[in-house]
Every structure is written in structure tokens, then in C-alpha cells.
Design a protein around this ligand. Structure first.
Ligand SMILES: [Zn+2]
Length: 411
């Protein structure tokens, strides 16, 4: 039988008092109390697995009622709304729980010169979390945040001059840095470490890294603004596999959906069987480090309903990104009163010559014939399925993330 929890019962049991306390708090929330009827205790993993899962909106309902406050230092408010939708709130104390992360994962050391390229401000947490890790590592920090298109070359020159050894950001942001460096013929010979968090790793990033910084390796964190960091990996681990922290309990529920429970007594968000929409499984990591690891199998919500049929967004995007000259693809679905009126496939092409050779018409014809949902759903208006090259994809300014699909409401 596959293990369903990231911790064995004997390791989880001494920490379940935290889950019990979270349950007690959630039972005081008017909008949520009823669903916990009959669930009074969390003494065992079986009792935990029997609790109803929390979804994003539930957590916001709970936080609005509980208004948690940090025991020491400031209580930080962060945006916790994912890549789409209106901003919602999550809470964290100064330090952002990074002591536990640093205890198991030390990509940075005192000799490092680290560029923190996660966007700062706008209540987005990743920049500050990375700063807390740098603090524990004792390295030099260049707190850069996000930059605009024309600034890349100057900053890359500065990185090379400063002997930058490490950079961190979301994979979408890192792609921009490495693609600009590669297009400009710039090298970062001292760069050894690329820290990432916020999205799945992008294999094309490794290709650009191999040219720009041949000695650089990826170091990943997995988490969300609700759970904070759940697990980490090293260059020896597959990019989708993470060693979970002892203060984070991951459970695999029906349909392979992961849910997360905090076992950290300082956690302010009431995270108890919280579902992020990610699917995964508990496995052994081939890097050889003992203990259970979590393999993330992608987001279950990336199958989008279009005219009553499921469109597998990630598959289509991955297929397009294998085409020479295409660095990223994105699907934009336009809806009018809930009905899809059009599907636009946006192609971001390489700054190199290969990009100009990308034939959008051919790709459109192939996509229509190979994708049942598009050919059937748009049988009578195939012109509403469009494929085109664009100078930029649709990004979320707050988070620096570029989702594989975006839904737009037409007025
Ligand atoms: Zn590993």
C-alpha cells in the first residue's frame, strides 16, 4: 500500500497537539463550525484524515474571524489569492517560519552573494521569506525585486561584476533573467545556485542556465502563502519531488489531491487539511536521503471546462513549448456570462532567430485537429480559436507568476 502521509504515525503523533489546537480554533468560526460536528479530537492520523478538507475560501473565512496575532514581533499580512482572483489575506510572523526550513536545507552560506529577485512589496510573501533564509545563512544579499524589460542588461552586468553566486525567483521570472542573458551573450561564471519557489520548475530554464551559468544548479522550495514552505529539494532530487519539513504534515486524499496540516505551534494560519489544488503522492526520493518525500503531479484545476468539455491546459502548453523557437505558451480563454467565446493561444518566442521561424498557422491547424475539446467545442466557429506570437504573456503583476491559463470575462 502506498503511504498516504508524509510522516509515519510515531513522528506525527507528538506534534498532533498543534492540529488539535487548530481544530478547536476552527470550531469557533461561525461559518465553519457546523462541518466539524462529530469531529472533536485529532489524536491519530486516522482522525485527521476523517476531518473535512479546507479550501482557499474557507481559510479566508476563518482568518476574518480569528485575526491571529504573532507572539513575538510583527504580524505580517500577505496576499493569499493565488495567481487569479481578488487578493485575500494570509498572516505570518516575522521570520516566516524559515528557521525550520534552514535546519533542513542550506543552499546558501556566508560566502554567497545572493540576488533576491522575487518581487518585493504588494503584500507578496516570497521576497521576505527568501530574505529570512539569507539572514539565517549569513550571506550577502542584493534585494533586487522585479525589474522592467530595458533594465535587464545593466543589472546582469552588475551581477557579473559583483561575482553573484546565487539568484532566487519564481521560475517565470528566472526564465526572463536567463533568456535575456543568453540573448545578449552575457555569462555569469560565478553563479552556482538558483533558488526557486512559486511555480513548477521549467525545463527550458535549465537549457538557458547551461549556457549562461554552466555551474549553476537548481534548489527548490514548495509552498504557498497559506502553508508557507512545506518542502525543499536539492540538485540531486527530481525537480517535482520535495523533502517535507517535520512541522508540515502532507496527506494524499481522493483523486491524489494533496492536503496540508501545520504541526508548527507558531503558525498563524489555521492550516488543517488545507487543499491547494495540487495533486501528488508520497514517495522515496532517488537522491537517497532517507524519509518520505512528496512528488507533485501538477494542479488538478488545470483541466478547464470549455463549452462543457475538459481542456487539458498543461498538456497543450507543454506540447507547444517543445516546439523549437517557442520559449513559453499560454492559453487565454474569453468568456461571456460563463460561456467560452474564444480561445487564444499566445506564443512567446525566443529572442534568437529560431523564434522568427515559428509558424503560428501551422500550429493552429495541428492544435485544432489534435485537440478534441477545441475541434468539437468550436465546430461551428473555428475562427474563435486563435494562435499568435506575442511580445509578452499575461502575467500577474502582484506575484510575478505567469499562469498556463487565464480566463477573461468579456463585458
Ligand atoms: Zn531528494
Amino acid at each position: 500500500m502506498t503511504e498516504q502521509f508524509s510522516l509515519p504515525p510515531e513522528a506525527a503523533a507528538p506534534r498532533l497537539g498543534v492540529a488539535q489546537r487548530t481544530l478547536t480554533r476552527l470550531r469557533t468560526v461561525p461559518g465553519l463550525a457546523a462541518r466539524y460536528t462529530g469531529h472533536d479530537t485529532v489524536r491519530t492520523l486516522d482522525e485527521l484524515a476523517a476531518l473535512p478538507p479546507l479550501l482557499k475560501d474557507d481559510l479566508n473565512t476563518a482568518l476574518a474571524h480569528l485575526e491571529p496575532q504573532a507572539e513575538h514581533g510583527a504580524t505580517w499580512l500577505f496576499q493569499s489569492g493565488g495567481s487569479t482572483g481578488a487578493p485575500k489575506l494570509g498572516y505570518a510572523p516575522t521570520g516566516f517560519y524559515m528557521t525550520g526550513v534552514h535546519a533542513q536545507w542550506q543552499p546558501l552560506g556566508p560566502a554567497d552573494v545572493f540576488v533576491n529577485a522575487w518581487g518585493a512589496g504588494r503584500m507578496w510573501g516570497a521576497h521576505f521569506l527568501a530574505a529570512a533564509l539569507a539572514d539565517l545563512s549569513g550571506c550577502q544579499v542584493i534585494a533586487l525585486g522585479s525589474v522592467t524589460g530595458e533594465e535587464y542588461a545593466d543589472w546582469l552586468g552588475f551581477f557579473a561584476a559583483r561575482g553573484v553566486t546565487a539568484i532566487g525567483g519564481t521560475p517565470s521570472v528566472l526564465r526572463l533573467w536567463f533568456a535575456h542573458a543568453r540573448a545578449a551573450g552575457l555569462k555569469l561564471p560565478a553563479l552556482r545556485k538558483v533558488l526557486w519557489l512559486g511555480e513548477a520548475w521549467q525545463p527550458q530554464l535549465a537549457e538557458d542556465m547551461a549556457v549562461v551559468a554552466p555551474d549553476a544548479r537548481r534548489w527548490g522550495m514548495f509552498g504557498s502563502t497559506e502553508t508557507w514552505v512545506v518542502g525543499t529539494n536539492t540538485p540531486a532530487c527530481p525537480d517535482d519531488t520535495f523533502h517535507t519539513l517535520p512541522e508540515q504534515l502532507v496527506h494524499v486524499g481522493p483523486d491524489d489531491l494533496l492536503d496540508f496540516t501545520t504541526l508548527n505551534p507558531e503558525m498563524l494560519n489555521p492550516v488543517l487539511r488545507y487543499r491547494t489544488g495540487d495533486a501528488g503522492r508520497i514517495t522515496d526520493c532517488p537522491c537517497g536521503r532517507p524519509g518520505r518525500a512528496m512528488q507533485v503531479l501538477g494542479r488538478r484545476d488545470n483541466v478547464v471546462q470549455v463549452r462543457g468539455l475538459g481542456l487539458h491546459v498543461d498538456e497543450i502548453v507543454a506540447q507547444l513549448e517543445r516546439e523549437p523557437g517557442i520559449s513559453r505558451a499560454q492559453i487565454v480563454i474569453t468568456e461571456q456570462q460563463g460561456r467560452a467565446t474564444g480561445v487564444d493561444v499566445l506564443l512567446l518566442t525566443d529572442p534568437t532567430g529560431l523564434g522568427t521561424a515559428v509558424d503560428a498557422d501551422r500550429l493552429r491547424a495541428e492544435l485544432l485537429s489534435a485537440t478534441f475539446t477545441l475541434s468539437t467545442g468550436f465546430q461551428h466557429d473555428p475562427q474563435a480559436v486563435r494562435v499568435r506570437k506575442v511580445p509578452a504573456l499575461v502575467s500577474n503583476d502582484r506575484t510575478g507568476k505567469t499562469a498556463n491559463f487565464v480566463v477573461r470575462e468579456e463585458s
